[in-house]
Write a protein that binds this ligand. Structure first.
Ligand SMILES: O=C(O)CCC(=O)C(=O)O
Length: 281
């Protein structure tokens, strides 16, 4: 299948670390997926991957926790993860076929916190190479309801050592340190648009400060088809035809870098592997 990404978008991805495929899914498809996941959220109950629902909590994310790895139990999620439209865009961006390793649905109701800036490869540890995400907006999203933000060009950075995040605005507790000139830009999207981004791209989202607008997103994570290892959590691994690919488990030893000031200039320094193992484990 031909990718719906133009050659300029592929070039934009290579230069900036992300690209948006506008209207890859229809509004009807988004509505059907919203209904499916809202029903699933109510009916699946609690597990490690699906989170514990507390219907009376004042924290919106406890009323609507994100769900992870739905494709291992839900054929609709698996079909979406392996959708040929997603697959052809990924192949165009990577220059090779992807392998699918994760699904996630974020409900992000009004009042919900966002997710601090981070790099997905910090978690996935695909080796060699990196991972890539397909982030489908199920609702229109902008800064008010907590759209995604990205730092252009940060995909060229190594995996960074993490710091404590501000958990009053982020539901995750770690973030990455930034050089002084780095600026996160919002990616405003309509329902049906898909944001593809490189596993090393620094990205995240702010809180949903709207009164009544959910910001639901269905997310797939993929690795390059010639990767040999990925973190244990992401197994089993699927080829885009649905068959299972056998890969090794990567240990917590991804190298991460840190920003340091030297001679008045902020530069990236590689920490030694021992220190990094401590940070990752
Ligand atoms: O949807 C969000 O707010 C954040 C998602 C994200 O950071 C991710 O998919 O890695």
């Amino acid at each position: 299948m031909r990718s719906s990404l133009e050659s300029e978008q592929i070039k934009f991805y290579q230069d900036n670390g992300y690209a948006v495929a506008r209207g890859l899914f229809s509004s009807d498809e988004c509505q059907t997926l919203i209904e499916h996941y809202m029903t699933m959220r109510e009916s699946v109950g609690t597990s490690e991957d699906f989170g514990k629902v507390d219907p009376n909590s004042s924290d919106p994310l406890k009323r609507y926790p994100r769900m992870l790895q739905m494709h291992l139990r839900d054929p609709i999620s698996k079909d979406w993860m392996l959708d040929p439209r997603v697959g052809s865009c990924l192949t165009a961006l990577l220059g090779k076929a992807p392998l699918a390793v994760q699904t996630m649905i974020y409900f992000k109701p009004p009042g919900a916190r966002g997710q601090a800036l981070h790099q997905d490869q910090f978690y996935l540890r695909a080796q060699p190479g990196t991972c890539i995400a397909a982030w489908l907006a199920l609702d229109d999203c902008d800064e008010e309801n907590g759209c995604m933000s990205v730092i252009r060009g940060s995909h060229a950075w190594p995996v960074l050592c993490v710091r404590q995040a501000d958990t009053s605005v982020s539901f995750t507790s770690v973030t990455v340190p930034l050089p002084p000139d780095a600026k996160a830009e919002p990616v405003v999207m309509d329902a049906g648009d898909v944001l593809f981004f490189n596993g090393q791209l620094v990205h995240g989202s702010g809180p949903n400060v709207s009164k009544d607008r959910f910001r639901r997103a269905l997310i797939g994570h993929y690795i390059e088809g010639d990767a040999r290892k990925v973190g244990r959590y992401y197994h089993p691994i699927f080829r885009m035809d649905g068959s299972v690919a056998e890969l090794e488990v990567s240990a917590g030893s991804t190298r991460c870098g840190d920003w340091v000031e030297r001679d008045g200039e902020v530069i990236l320094s590689e920490r030694d592997a021992k220190a990094m193992e401590v940070i990752h484990d």
